[in-house]
Design a protein around this ligand. Structure first.
Ligand code: TGC
Ligand code: FAD
Length: 388
């Protein structure tokens, strides 16, 4: 009998359908050819090329698990596999795809009018239009219910005022989905780029997720027509339902980032010679490799299980929280261990590991911090809400 493959130790490949494997392999090839050779430079220069959106549209990954309006309508598991491959390239790339498909497009797809869907979704699926999702504010992150951004009616129009902070794709976006407090509850607004009173400021000097644009959105007496509001929801359930989708993608993505770090460490350990032997021949390094392999496989297994639950329509938000908490923490652990295996080379952008490690510091914070997800799981376990 054969020894298990270092890159698929638990033979999870065999649990995928042919279609899922095809999608995975197509995205993997795109990441290998288009992203891996360039992303170190983008990270260093703190940018991500806008034209990538169209390329990702052609690849079919933007809103890929949504039905209709030019979206591919794949299974949730196939979407997860794509996220895994994208984030094995860089978390910033997966962020672009998550924010576009799971946050901005999903908000319109789930809560928008037929006209809003027709206007935006086909162009967004093609990557011709980019979206962003504004929930967080300077004074409300984990507690979005405390948002100050507000909208009031003025005749048939709406007037929106406020600020959103830390918004991925903010200044790139052709349309911002902005959540605001109204007399009727929390509502979502579609704010096209260039609307008078709507401006963006990029956030500079990030040391994490550098190959991703993060911006402040400023809304100063922004007048919007009646049909700018997402008609189908007026509570925090609106934005939180979108977060379930994006967090699901992150569960897979984190497993991809971990895998990339593990593979870099395995490779390095077999070629780096010290004391006359490859460092892979020392017990301490083998233990590190074994623990990393365990976490990578466990993360992939968890992602796959949650993907199957989602495809059966049974995935609960509390299970998504457990997955995001577990897989991002595991990925951080793997990245930090891998960085040490690479010695001094582990601190340069010549290798992918420190880039992933730094990126994961954002991933553990956005889409609900590890603490928030622990409290969601804790609340489900005990029946006691510990947020406030
Ligand atoms: P709570 O009182 O529990 O609920 C308010 C309303 O929301 C509903 N709800 C949900 N609906 C769908 N999915 C969920 N997971 C939901 N959780 C709650 C709930 O039923 C209720 O509905 P209704 O109709 O009765 O009003 O809310 P709370 O204020 O106690 O807050 C709960 C908490 C803390 C879990 C929530 O606020 C939270 O998740 N906080 C974290 C915030 C967060 O994750 N922000 C992320 C911003 S986006 C982002 O980071 C993008 S980065 C993307 C990238 O680059 O990849
Ligand atoms: P806070 O909520 O102030 O938390 C600070 C600390 O307190 C954390 O450790 C937290 O876990 C802890 N804490 C908070 N509440 C509790 C509690 N009840 N019990 C125990 N501990 C608690 N947001 C968007 O809306 N759209 C985006 O596109 C987006 N992109 C982002 C991109 C990047 C690179 C980053 C870094 C963030 C992005 N965010 C985005 C914002 C992100 O969602 C928030 O940073 C996150 O929700 C946490 O909010 P905060 O940073 O205000 O931290």
């Amino acid at each position: 009998s054969q020894t298990p493959s270092p890159t698929d130790f638990l033979e999870l490949d065999g649990s995928l359908s042919d279609e899922e494997r095809d999608i995975r392999d197509t995205v993997r090839a795109f990441v290998r050819d288009r992203i891996v050779p360039n992303v170190g430079e983008w990270f260093e220069e703190a940018r991500i090329p806008r034209e990538l959106a169209r390329e990702l549209g052609k690849l079919g990954v933007l809103g890929m698990h949504l039905e209709g309006y030019g979206c591919a309508g794949t299974s949730a598991t196939a979407y997860g596999l794509a996220c895994m491959e994208l984030e094995a390239g860089d978390s910033g790339l997966r962020s672009l795809v998550s924010v576009q498909g799971s946050l901005a497009m999903f908000a319109i797809w789930k809560w928008g009018s037929e006209e809003q869907k027709q206007e935006w979704l086909p162009r967004m699926a093609a990557g011709e239009a980019i979206g962003c999702f504004g929930l967080t504010e300077p004074d409300s992150g984990s507690d979005p219910g405390a948002m100050r951004t507000n909208a009031r009616r003025d005749g048939d129009d709406w007037i929106v005022n406020g600020r959103k902070m830390w918004i991925t794709n903010g200044s790139l976006a052709d349309v911002a989905v902005v959540w605001a407090r109204t007399d009727e509850g929390v509502r979502g607004f579609l704010v096209p780029k260039g609307t008078p009173g709507f401006t963006t400021n990029d956030i500079h000097r990030k040391l994490s997720l550098r190959a991703s644009v993060t911006s402040e959105l400023v809304l100063d007496d922004v007048r919007l027509p009646a049909d700018a509001v997402l008609p189908e929801v007026s509570s925090l359930r609106g934005p939180l339902s979108c977060l379930n989708e994006a967090r699901f993608g992150i569960i897979w993505g984190a497993a991809g980032a971990a895998r990339a770090c593990f593979e870099a460490a395995l490779d390095y350990s077999k070629t780096r010679v010290q004391f006359g032997k490859p460092i892979a021949s020392f017990q301490i390094q083998q233990q590190k490799l074994a623990m990393m392999a365990l976490e990578v496989n466990r993360a992939a297994l968890l992602a796959l299980h949650l993907g199957r639950l989602k495809d059966e329509g049974r995935l609960r938000p509390e299970q998504v929280s457990m997955g995001k908490l577990g897989n991002v923490n595991a990925a951080l652990e793997v990245a930090r261990t891998a960085r040490q295996v690479l010695g001094a080379n582990g601190v340069t952008l010549e290798y992918p590991v420190i880039r992933h490690m730094n990126n994961l510091e954002s991933v553990v914070t956005y889409e609900g911090t590890a603490d928030v997800h622990a409290l969601v799981v804790g609340g489900a376990l005990t029946g006691i809400q510990a947020f406030r």
